[in-house]
Design a protein around this ligand. Structure first.
Ligand code: MC0
Length: 140
């Protein structure tokens, strides 16, 4: 069902500073940047590699509100890895499969994600302590 790792989400306090760090130290390039009001994040996607199934990225996430998932995560853990996101071909089918397996899918209908993807999160308590996201990317 999973076609690749679409991205790894990293919680940061200062998006612009973190972008410069990733560009300078790791040579990554920003391919998209947006504010996602629904998720309360200002985020940037940095391409690691492009493959036949789509790209893999590092996603830097700065919260726009302290009482949001990333804001709360930063307050509790500080900066660091926030979630892992797997690429899928059909996010509705993946949601149904995960839900049938007894995993709490937090988004029973896909939401808007980075680069016009369609996304759904699963509860970290049902996925080995790792917040896990399903991503159906726009085909290119
Ligand atoms: C919270 N917990 C985590 C976690 N966030 N565990 C692992 N990784 C994380 N990122 C754990 C806490 O430590 C706590 O465990 C328990 O879950 C409850 O957390 P809480 O902070 O009290 O908050 P809740 O219950 O209100 O919310 C947790 C929940 C929420 C996972 C349901 O953060 C959520 O709905 N996340 C999905 C949406 C999201 O993260 N959006 C931001 C990225 P203990 O043991 O202490 O009880 S948006 C994004 O990335 C988009 C733009 C994209 O990819 O395109």
């Amino acid at each position: 069902m999973f076609t690749r790792i679409d991205h790894v989400g990293i919680a940061v306090r200062d998006l612009e500073k973190s972008i410069v760090w990733y560009q300078t130290m790791f040579g990554l390039t920003v391919v998209a940047q947006e504010i996602n009001e629904e998720q309360s994040v200002h985020e940037a996607m940095l391409l690691v590699d492009d493959g036949p199934q789509g790209g893999s990225h590092v996603q830097l996430l700065e919260p726009t509100r302290q009482d949001s998932p990333v804001g709360k995560y930063l307050a509790r853990h500080g900066e660091g890895m926030h979630h892992i996101a797997y690429g899928v071909d059909d996010v509705e089918a993946a949601i149904a499969t995960m839900a049938t397996s007894g995993i709490r899918v937090l988004d029973r209908k896909p939401r808007h994600g980075a680069m016009n993807s369609r996304i759904a999160f699963m509860h970290p308590k049902d996925t080995g302590g790792v917040l896990t996201e399903l991503v159906q990317a726009v085909k290119h």
